[in-house]
Write a protein that binds this ligand. Structure first.
Ligand SMILES: Nc1ncnc2c1ncn2[C@@H]1O[C@H](COP(=O)(O)OP(=O)(O)OP(=O)(O)O)[C@@H](O)[C@H]1O
Ligand SMILES: [Mg+2]
Length: 445
């Protein structure tokens, strides 16, 4: 391989000069910072999409041309290496146009640099015994370092010994201010340690859409926005969630849910003046094996009339029979929607073209105590309650819903709410509560 293009000083004592075709087009500022650091520990902390992973992999690949070395690339769980980290290394080789200098042994999960004899080992930390048998590690790259424990880290640090210029790079999003990574590397002085911090603004390769998806978190979940957009430590989760049985892994589908043909779609409305909210659900009538409740879609419609809202909702499910339930106060005349004396449910019925048999409005809204019990019970016990991943508002409400802080026992299940149009509006959450109350009240035997 020809050598001369990157001539910065990566260490105090050595200069790395390699020809990187298209050098100007393949590196971000994060790469340059990583490349220049020669410290033993590199703390590569940042928000989503800031190019931490790309840059760290590029650095390891390029350094492997410098001299013969052993590079351990690791994550907590070995199986995730095959699906994400190893393919990513292959792609980085192609972009750097150095694939021809590497031989891959798939069964051993290694790459071998034929120019220098350097070796990349991809290993999970879930098999510490295997880790112990690896000798002579010069460099370690830990992906998603928040997954590993401080003991894993110390074990890795022990594996890396007896060599000159050992370097351990930890890539991660700062998900929790109570994490050991913060205590260990940020709340005390650590010698020989460099912190590289980055956000999506440091990555010139992200598309406008990518950036919007990160920035939009501000609207839905400020804590996630802190972590993934600002690259700041996430604040500790408040205790006492209203939905203590809600679990993202169990209740949010990893892939989009599909509409079941020939099954009705049940709508549940919350009538705020602004926004008007609705969720759309399909479900089986029975419980037990094969039963399901699928929250397919959420609607948060601003500055609209009931008529317009109905049109939008209907258009989303053109082939299904619809039913509607929701906020009992919609029975009252409501000045917010300025349609003379007609109550809101009449407008919904007409807007959606429903017969009165398809309207299941409760007479009164459920008490918060009963509702809290029912929601948690269904979440805990139902065979399959799944929310489509696009329902970000509802998911955020489920995660953040809290009871008010009170000494009054009668009020301790009271849901904390802010103004209807604020983050604490809990409008979609109300739709969800009304839906369970109307259709699944009998689930609590
Ligand atoms: N050097 C690069 N050349 C081209 N595209 C890049 C480069 N670095 C990053 N990208 C683009 O930016 C995206 C995000 O980069 P990367 O996955 O490295 O970010 P990250 O900081 O590791 O994100 P996360 O915190 O989500 O793990 C990549 O999927 C790729 O599209
Ligand atoms: Mg990454």
């Amino acid at each position: 391989m020809q050598r001369n293009a990157i001539t910065q000083q990566p260490r105090d004592d050595e200069t790395i000069s390699l020809v990187v075709p298209n050098a100007g087009r393949v590196f971000t500022p994060v790469f340059r910072k990583l490349w220049l650091s020669g410290k033993r520990f590199i703390i590569n902390k940042g928000g989503a999409g800031s190019s931490k992973s790309f840059s760290a992999a590029q650095k390891e690949l390029l350094l492997s041309f410098k001299r013969k070395m052993t590079i351990l690339v690791t994550r907590k769980v070995a199986s995730t290496l095959k699906d994400s980290v190893i393919p990513s290394f292959r792609e980085r080789m192609q972009e750097l146009e150095v694939s021809q200098y590497f031989e891959e042994n798939k069964s051993e999960r290694t790459f071998y640099n034929t120019e220098t004899g350097s070796k990349f080992l991809f290993r999970g930390l879930d098999d510490p015994e295997k880790l112990k048998s690896i000798e002579g590690i010069d460099r370690i790259l830990v992906e998603e370092a928040t997954e590993i424990s401080i003991d894993d880290f110390f074990e890795l640090n022990r594996r890396a010994r007896g060599r000159e210029r050992i370097q351990i790079t930890l890539n991660f999003n700062p998900i929790d201010e109570r994490h050991w990574l913060k205590k260990h590397f940020f709340d005390q002085e650590i010698e020989n340690c460099e912190v590289v911090e980055s956000t999506y603004h440091d990555n010139q390769f992200l598309t406008e859409t990518d950036k919007e998806q990160i920035a939009i978190l501000k609207k839905y979940n400020y804590n996630q926005y802190r972590i993934y957009a600002l690259g700041d430590w996430g604040v500790a989760r408040v205790d006492n969630p209203w939905l203590y049985a809600f679990d993202v892994k169990k209740h949010v589908s990893p892939t989009p849910l599909t509409v079941v043909p020939n099954m009705p779609v049940h709508l549940s409305f919350d009538f705020n003046i602004n926004p008007l909210c609705c969720i759309a659900v399909q479900q089986t009538q029975h419980y037990g094996p094969n039963s399901y409740i699928k929250v397919l879609k959420e609607f948060e419609l601003r500055n609209t009339t009931v008529k317009e809202a109905c049109k939008i909702i209907k258009a989303a499910f053109p082939h299904n029979v619809l039913t509607a339930t929701g906020d009992a106060t919609g029975r009252n005349r409501n000045a917010g929607y300025t349609s003379g004396n007609e109550h809101l449910w009449k407008q919904v019925q007409r807007g959606l073209g429903l017969s009165s048999a398809q309207i299941f409005t409760p007479k009164v809204n459920p008490s918060h105590t009963n509702s809290r019990h029912l929601c948690n019970y269904v979440l805990q016990e139902h065979n399959s309650l799944q929310i489509d991943p696009s329902c970000r508002g509802l998911i955020n409400d489920c995660l953040t819903a809290r009871p008010i802080v009170t000494d009054d026992q009668n009020k301790e299940d009271q849901l904390m709410k802010g103004a209807g149009d604020s983050v604490l509006g809990m409008n979609l959450f109300d739709c969800f509560r009304y839906l369970l109350e109307t259709h699944h009240g009998k689930f609590v035997g």
